[in-house]
Write a protein that binds this ligand. Sequence first.
Ligand code: BMP
Length: 260
Amino acid sequence: ASYSQKTYAARGREHTHPLACELFATMERKQSNLSLAADVTTKAELIALADRVGPFICVLKTHVDIISDFDSDLVVQLQALAAKHDFLIFEDRKFADIGNTVKLQYGGGIYRIADWAHITNCHVIPGEGIIQGLAEVGMPKNRGLLLLAEMSSKGMLATGEYTARNVEMAVDNPFVIGFIGSRRFTEARDLITMTPGVGLHASGDALGQQYRTPETIVAENGSDIIIVGRGIYGPGKDPVAEAERYRAAGWAAYERRLQR
Ligand code: BMP
C-alpha cells in the first residue's frame, strides 16, 4: 500500500530517520498535520503568535531573517514554546549555494540555524553537493532536510525534469526527510511532503501566491502537512479560531484519505 494510505502513527514507528519518527508521533499525539507559517517581523509578535497557535500545530515554520530585532534570546524562547506546546521548528531558509558555503550559512552566522531548527530546506539548483554540505552540519545534530521539489507560486520553474531530479536526490540522501511540494512524489521510501500555499480564505495574493484547500492537498494529492500563514494570522483574523479550523480541516482530510 502507498505510504499515504498508512496512518501517521504507523509511519512514525517504521521510519528510519529519528526526526521523522518524532514528527509523526507529534502529529498523532496532537491530531494535527498543520504547520503555521509565522511571517511576522518582530520578536514579540512571533513569540505571542507561537504561544497562541502552538497548541494546534505540529510544526512552527519560521523566517528568522525577517525579524527586525532578532537575537539569541528569541531562539531560547522559541525552543521553550516548542517544548511547552509540543511542536517542531522548521526554519524556511531555502539554501541555494555550493556545499561549502551552505555549511557556513547553516551552522554559523548570526542565526546558527542548525543549533535550533529541527528542519530546514534547500533548492537543489547547485547539484547534490548542497545536500552533502548541509548534511555534514545537520546529521550529527539529528536534523532533517526538505527539498523544494515544487513551489506554490504562479509561474514557478520547479517542474518536470527538475522535480524528478529532486525526488532522485531525496531518495538517495538519508539526511533528506521530504519535500516542499503539492503531492506525494515517490514510494521509494517514506519521504514527507509539506505543502505551502494552503488557504480557505482566498485564491491567492497580489504577488503570485496561489492557494489550494486542505482537502485537495491532503486527501486528493497525498501530501502530509499543510503550511498555513495569512489564512491564520492575516488582517481581521482570530488566529486561535483559524488555527483550530485549519487543524480540523487538515485532520479530516487525512482521515478521508485513509478511507479512500
Ligand atoms: P501564506 O500562507 O501567508 O501565503 O504563507 C506561505 C508561506 O510558505 C510563506 O512563509 C512562504 O515563504 C512559504 N512558501 C510558499 O508560500 N510557497 C513555496 O513554494 C514555498 C514556501 O516556503
